[in-house]
Design a protein around this ligand. Structure first.
Ligand SMILES: [Zn+2]
Ligand SMILES: [Zn+2]
Length: 335
């Protein structure tokens, strides 16, 4: 099978011929039909301490069709599935609390930039008939923002600012709107993501620069009760602290992997709370699937180009610079 392999920071992904994996007990092999490109794939191949191991294929936002099912996987050939790209032991306190990323025996099940990939049976979900493989590949990013939003205390009149108009910011806006809040504004450097955040439920998009706090407060009718940092660049946590109102909540969801200094006194004056959130459990995947199956198709606005494995390495490098509001999808079944 063909896989796009990470060969080390500073090198483009390499298309290599690999053995099709075989499933152990509890696992299945899928033919990957869609795999989204995530900003974390770029940052975890960019020379940070969080880089994935060289010699492996990235890709954790996938959906596909089961071609071989191991014993006790609960799956069978032909099943259309998406899956959490992490496998826990299933029995420890973290797994029982639906936080498989915290499991001491956690295994990454990334590898979606390949014609075939292994999935963990316990982490897999059959796609409802109404949903496409593209929908299936959207579940993971939407589950990430959902978990963050679930950690906030929101009220029907909450004023909310979301920094970032890409996949994470737009996902956060979507869930905030679904959960019923007062007013939401996106904040971004350009208006490029304006249509996307509008579709996802924002009341407006404010561009950064002169008078940001005042322009945000004007749109929301006051300083935000909640600021979601959904862009992951240094400086944004401090920006969030400066934006948020008294007793406000800040959610760090952007996944910045560089030092991001803050001046704690600003947060002290606000008596603000900063929360972090990572990944998802089965319950977030379930809620995303149920929401999409119920006909909420706004997240389709996130979908950008669909490309082949052959085109992936060049596209992946090009995405290291600039902003990318849309989700680029890899279709490894394309020639
Ligand atoms: Zn992702
Ligand atoms: Zn566990």
């Amino acid at each position: 099978m063909r896989s796009a392999i990470f060969e080390g920071a500073g090198k483009p992904l390499a298309i290599e011929e690999r053995e099709i994996p075989r499933p152990a007990a509890g696992q299945a092999v899928i033919r990957v039909c869609r795999c989204g490109i995530c900003a974390s794939d770029l940052s975890m191949t960019g020379g940070s301490p969080f880089d994935m191991p060289a010699g492996t294929a990235p890709g954790h936002e996938y959906a596909g069709e089961v071609v071989e099912a191991g014993a006790e996987s609960g799956l069978k050939p032909g099943d259309r599935v998406t899956a959490l790209p992490i496998a826990g032991c299933g029995t420890c306190p973290a797994c029982r609390a639906d936080a498989p990323l915290q499991c001491a025996q956690m295994r990454s099940m990334a590898g979606g930039y390949s014609e075939y990939a292994l999935v963990d049976g316990r982490a897999s979900f059959r796609l409802p008939d109404a949903l496409s493989f593209t929908d299936g590949a959207l579940v993971e990013p939407l589950a990430s923002s959902l978990r963050g939003i679930r950690r906030l205390e929101i009220a029907p009149d909450s004023r909310i600012a979301v920094i970032g108009a890409g996949a994470i910011g737009a996902g956060a806006i979507y869930w905030l709107r679904q959960k019923g809040v007062g007013r939401i504004t996106a904040i971004a450097r350009t208006r490029r993501g304006a249509d996307l955040v509008d579709t996802m439920g924002a009341d407006g998009l404010v561009t950064t620069g002169e008078g940001l706090n005042e322009r945000v407060a004007e749109l929301l009718g006051g300083a935000p009760d909640i600021v979601v940092e959904g862009a992951g660049a240094p400086g944004l946590l401090q920006q969030a602290i400066e934006l948020v109102g008294w007793n406000g909540q800040i959610l760090s969801l952007g996944g910045c992997m560089k030092p991001d200094p803050i001046v704690p006194f600003f947060g002290m004056i606000k008596e603000a709370t900063i929360r972090f959130s990572v990944a998802y459990g089965r319950s977030e995947f379930r809620e995303v699937l149920d929401t999409l199956e119920a006909g909420h198709m706004e997240p389709h606005a996130m979908i950008g180009d669909t490309i082949s494995l052959t085109d992936l390495p060049a596209r992946f490098e090009a995405m290291r610079t600039g902003s990318h509001p849309a989700k680029v999808m890899v279709d490894p079944t394309l020639a």
